[in-house]
Design a binder for this molecule. Structure first.
Ligand code: SAM
Length: 227
């Protein structure tokens, strides 16, 4: 599946569908924003920033910070740039799996990402993406993410799928909900929490803590440690 093309096509309707498809979308993002470790005029990187919904919440809560957003979909990034015009936001078009994307970005105090990294397919690509991301995080800097998880067992995974379907049915009829379920199955490659911790450890992000979880949506954070 061509994820970039999918998001280029989804960009114009993402504003609405993000709430209809992603469970507890605003509740989770608001929790993440409240848990940012802001103690000065920090520089933040929003990885897979999409249309800038998370960045928007950050810049409105903390007017003194600056945010750089990276995304490989020009469609999504254009929406972010239009939304964040007049704010301290820089949009960078690039693939997070490619180390060149990060070459001239400088170093960041905090890295945030929401509903993004599960879209990267293949464990090795996820490792590469996290290595690239961690390379621009200052030592001691906070990494915090909100993303979907895979169930630890088949039963748990099945109950997550059922919950996702019920969530979709709040906004769509049965046929449309089933179509969304098929699309999500193709588009999403989420990992268990345990694997996410391993991926972060590989990128030298340690002390990983699960801060919040509802169903298969969770928020976790870690600290860059290169000692
Ligand atoms: C589900 S959207 C989430 C957007 C935003 N973070 C939010 O919470 O609304 C996933 C985003 O990740 C981006 N993305 C997926 N894989 C990527 C990659 N390898 N490099 C850069 N961006 C990527 C997509 O283009 C899309 O904008």
């Amino acid at each position: 599946m061509d994820i970039k093309k999918t998001f280029d096509e989804e960009a114009k309707i993402y504003e609405r569908t993000s709430r209809e498809v992603n469970i507890y979308f605003d509740e989770a993002l608001d929790f993440l924003v409240k848990n940012l470790e802001i103690n000065q005029n920090v520089k933040i990187l929003d990885v897979c920033c999409g249309t800038g919904i998370l960045t928007d919440k950050v810049l409105k809560s903390y007017p003194n910070v600056s945010v750089t957003g990276v995304d490989f979909s020009s469609g999504m990034l254009e929406v972010a740039k239009a939304r964040l015009k007049g704010y301290n936001f820089t949009g960078v078009l690039g693939d997070v799996c490619n180390e060149k994307t990060f070459e001239n970005l400088g170093q960041f105090d905090i890295i945030i990402t929401s509903f993004g990294l599960h879209n990267i397919h293949g464990y090795e690509n996820k490792q590469q993406a996290l290595k690239n991301i961690a390379s621009v995080l200052k030592n001691g800097g906070q990494y915090i993410t909100c993303d979907i998880l895979k169930g630890e067992t088949q039963e748990i995974e099945q109950s997550y799928r059922q919950f996702q379907y019920e969530w979709l049915k709040k906004s769509y009829d049965e046929k449309q909900s089933q179509e969304w379920m098929s699309l999500l199955q193709e588009e999403d490659e989420q990992e268990t929490f345990e694997n996410n911790v391993k991926l972060l450890k590989y990128a030298k992000i340690e002390n990983v803590k699960l801060l919040w979880q509802k169903q298969f949506l969770a928020i976790w954070s870690g600290v860059k440690n290169i000692n």
